[in-house]
Every structure is written in C-alpha cells, then in structure tokens.
Design a protein around this ligand. Structure first.
Ligand code: ADP
Ligand code: MG
Length: 358
C-alpha cells in the first residue's frame, strides 16, 4: 500500500506560525496515482515534499504511508526506510560514473547479486529509453538524457513512491513536453505513486490525476485537472490556472444556483457560490476561450491590440464600460486594432467569486 495520508501538516522555519512555509495541510493521496503539488515559487511545495521524504520534521501534523505513521513531531522514519525515491531539478547524477554505474548504485548498497543487478539496470534503462548508453558519462549526454539517468537511478530500487521536485524545469520547452509524455507513461506502467512538484500549470494539467494547488503555505484546492481549471475553488486558483479575465460585477437576481450579474457592460447568467444574494458585489472569472468575438451584432467592445501566437490569435478588447478582456481565437479570425466587435460569453463556464467584504 503506497497511499499517503497527510493530516494537519505544518512547518515554520521562522518559528512564526503565521508565516509557516506549510500550514495545516491535509491531503489524501491514493495508491498508484500521479499527483502534483502546484503553486508559485515559495508556496511550500519543496518543504511539503521534503517532509514526505523524511528530510524535514514537521512542527505539527502527521504523514502516514498506508497504515504506517512515518512523520510526526516526535517520530520521523528515516528517508531510506520509507520506500521512496526522489528526483530533483538539477539531475544530481555523478559526473565521474558511467550511466551503468550511476544506475546500479542503489542496488550495490542493497548488496543485490551482480547478475540480478545487471538485469534490473537493463530493464530500468529500457523503461527510460536509455538502453545502449550504459558506458557513457553524464557529460556525453543531453540534459534530458541526464534527467532520465536520475529517474532510472531512483526507479531501479523499485520504490513504492517517487517524489519529483521540478524535474523538467532545466530542460528546453520541446524536450520538456516530450519528457512529460514519458513520465506519464512511466507512472502508468510502473504503478508507482508519483508526487510531483511544479510551478508550471500546463505541466500539472498534462500529467496529473489530481492537483493540489498551494499558495502561501496553504492548500487552496485538491482536485482533478479539469476541476481545478474549470471549477476553481477561489480567485487564487482561478488566477493561477491559466489566463483569466476578472470583471467586477453586481448580482441583480438569483435563480437556483445561478445569478444574473451585471459586470461592466456585460450581463451574464452564471453559476454562483452558495449563499450569494441579490446586491452582492462579485468578480466574474472568464477564461479567454469562453469569449467569442463577432462582427455584425451590436458592438460592445473595441479591439485595442492583436498578438499572433501561431496556433491562436490573442486580442485585447476594451468593453464600453472600460474593462479590457483578453480573448483568444482561431488565427484565421482576424480583427484589427480599432475594429468594433460584439462580445459573446459562455457564462455557464465562468466562475463567480464573492468579494470578501460582501
Ligand atoms: P517552493 O518549493 O514552493 O518554491 P519552499 O517549500 O522551498 O517553496 O519554501 C516555502 C517557504 O519556506 C519560502 O518562504 C522559503 O523561503 C521558506 N524556506 C524554505 N526552506 C527554508 C529553510 N531551510 N530555512 C528557512 N526558510 C526556508
Ligand atoms: Mg521548490
């Protein structure tokens, strides 16, 4: 059983609980899942991962692996007794050892017989597409290949859990995307529980079964990629999970779970959070892909800027009420700066957040 249960996990480096690096974190990580800790730099991802690994003692809270308590304030099972592997951003392969020597290391420590070790290294190099590279040194490999050596070195000892801290962030964009696919395949084919750390929301969406969005040491939302993207729990999550337009508005009417909202010059019927009332001030979060620009209808905005991005075109459209919307369209839809356009919004896909003071 390689499920991980985290309860009330807290760690402060300063002794000030208000500025805790990780604060009252609760997470239920199921066996054989790819889960990602996602959030901006400094939000507590690495601290969380290092507590799971056993390198940092929590101030409060517990971590269980299966039924076994592995971390609490008074009791920390040492990292090498946890059945976990770890992969870092900076590869951390030994420059003076060959690929084979790097990968076989963990087996040698475990005194695995040579023939068996050889077989396991070969299988693992197969998994990460590095067969044939056994005798190369790291400086004869690309960054992506070095990171695969680091992966193989962790995988060869057959951990139940693999912890990965921004393992792709030193690779160039194209390689990063290729490695994403490989990591996902690797997780599926090995059945190892992956706990992955990244600040890159696209990476998190592409890889994960579940994403834990963190901010300021606190868990903001734990859900599937689709949930955190389409149904963000709060403004912080909405803002972090990709481009979004926030338009301030006022609730004019409530009908069931929806509200009629006047937002600038837009009037929208959108799902609203429970407890929302008529007169509340809100913010409507609108993703660029849920906005359609057309000509011919009653114009309500003016194009102020156009950026061609290859597969999409991005426009800034100024509403009559003054706010600017960021919109993305198919590149064949070409408007020019100054064009008057009608704005159509798929409000069913919008998120509405009540202002805290309301
Ligand atoms: P992330 O990995 O999300 O970028 P970290 O977990 O590394 O964030 O850091 C969370 C917070 O804890 C940051 O404010 C960071 O400065 C602080 N921090 C992390 N490690 C230490 C440390 N060893 N000593 C003091 N402060 C630390
Ligand atoms: Mg970090």
């Amino acid at each position: 059983m390689a499920s991980i249960t985290i309860k009330g996990l807290t760690k402060s480096f300063t002794g000030d609980a208000k500025q805790a690096a990780v604060s009252d974190l609760n997470l239920d990580i199921k066996d054989n899942q790819f889960i990602t800790l996602l959030g901006p730099s400094g939000c507590g991802k690495t601290t969380t991962l290092r507590m799971i690994a056993g390198y940092i003692v929590p101030d409060a809270g517990t971590i269980h692996v299966g039924d076994q308590l592995v971390s609490s304030r008074d009791n920390v099972v040492s990292p090498d007794q946890r059945g976990m592997g770890m992969v870092f951003q900076n590869y951390a392969v030994w420059p003076h050892k060959t690929v084979y020597e790097n990968v076989v290391f963990g087996l040698k420590i475990r005194k695995t017989p040579t023939a068996e070790a050889k077989k396991k290294v070969d299988e693992t190099l197969g998994l990460v597409n590095l067969r044939g590279y056994e005798n190369r040194y790291p400086n004869e490999l690309s960054g992506g290949q070095q990171q695969r050596v680091a992966l193989a070195r962790s995988l060869v000892v057959e951990p139940e859990i693999l912890l990965l801290d921004e393992p792709l962030s030193n690779l160039d964009a194209k390689l990063r995307e290729q490695m994403r696919v490989e990591l996902k395949r690797l997780q599926r084919s090995t059945g190892i529980t992956f706990v992955y750390v990244t600040h890159d929301q696209a990476e998190a969406l592409a890889l994960s079964d579940q994403i834990a969005v963190m901010h300021g040491g606190k868990l903001q939302q734990f859900g599937s990629p689709h949930e955190v993207y389409s149904k963000p729990a709060n403004r912080i999550v909405a803002d972090f999970m990709g481009l979004v337009n926030f338009i301030p508005g006022k609730v004019l009417a409530i009908h069931g779970g929806s509200g009629t909202i006047e937002a600038g010059s837009l009037k929208l019927i959108a799902p609203v959070p429970a407890g929302t009332g008529v007169g509340d001030t809100v913010e409507v979060a609108i993703r660029p892909e849920n906005i359609k620009l057309t000509t011919g209808g009653a114009a309500s905005a003016k194009i102020t800027e156009r950026t061609f991005l290859g597969n999409i075109c991005e426009y800034y459209a100024a509403l009559d009420s003054g706010q600017t919307l960021r919109v993305q369209t198919h590149p064949t839809q070409v408007f020019s700066a100054g064009d008057a356009v009608a704005v159509e919004i798929d409000a069913t896909q919008c998120s509405v957040f009540r202002n805290q003071s309301a």
